[in-house]
Design a protein around this ligand. Structure first.
Ligand code: AMP
Length: 172
């Protein structure tokens, strides 16, 4: 089994001074590493009856869409404002400085859908919490939030208000 942690590249001071950025592109670029990443992220949910996987733009798409096909589920793109062509639900959320927003198509969720939220990294949890709020507004049943990397020292999972949380790797 590929050592995924060894493939993650730490980039100091990106995108700004003081941030240690965990670059997953070497994992994505590794033929077997990428396959193992997707299989291992799908494993805990193979018997969970997931009907849709929701992914968050843009790095989140690289992981969420293949997890969706691995689980034989549909894929829901959650995107930055103005990117989705149809009617949207919109949720603003706080960043370290200022605010941002996420949008999701109003017809993304159908009655009976069981949704898994997948992202690459959870840091403060603000992005994932905004995604959960969007899905809640649409009436979705969210089974869990699953990420490749949890920056555990930022306690992002605490922002998920009790929604089950799974991480493949945790950095403390
Ligand atoms: P947050 O809303 O604080 O949980 O941040 C979530 C998003 O920011 C994640 O989807 C990541 O893509 C990105 N992110 C935040 N901090 C880092 C980091 N140190 N390394 C890599 N990605 C990060």
């Amino acid at each position: 089994m590929t050592d995924l942690r060894a493939l993650i590249r730490d980039i100091p001071d990106y995108p700004k001074p003081g941030i240690l950025f965990y670059d997953i592109t070497p994992v994505l670029g590794h033929p077997i590493g990428f396959t193992h990443l997707i299989e291992r992220m799908a494993d805990p949910f193979r018997d969970a009856g997931v009907t849709k996987v929701a992914g968050i733009e843009a790095r989140g798409f690289t992981v969420a869409a293949p997890v969706a096909t691995e689980l034989e589920a549909g894929f829901i793109p959650i995107r930055k404002p103005g990117k989705l062509p149809y009617q949207v639900h919109r949720r603003e959320y706080s960043l370290e400085y200022g605010t941002d927003a996420l949008e999701m198509h109003t017809d993304a969720i159908q009655p009976g859908d069981r949704v898994l939220v997948v992202d690459d990294v959870i840091a403060t949890g603000g992005t994932a919490a905004a995604a959960l709020a969007l899905l809640g507004e649409a009436g979705a049943e969210v089974l869990a939030v699953s990420v490749f990397i949890d920056l555990g020292f930022l306690n992002g999972a605490d922002a998920l208000e009790g929604v089950p949380f799974h991480a493949l790797l945790t950095y403390d």
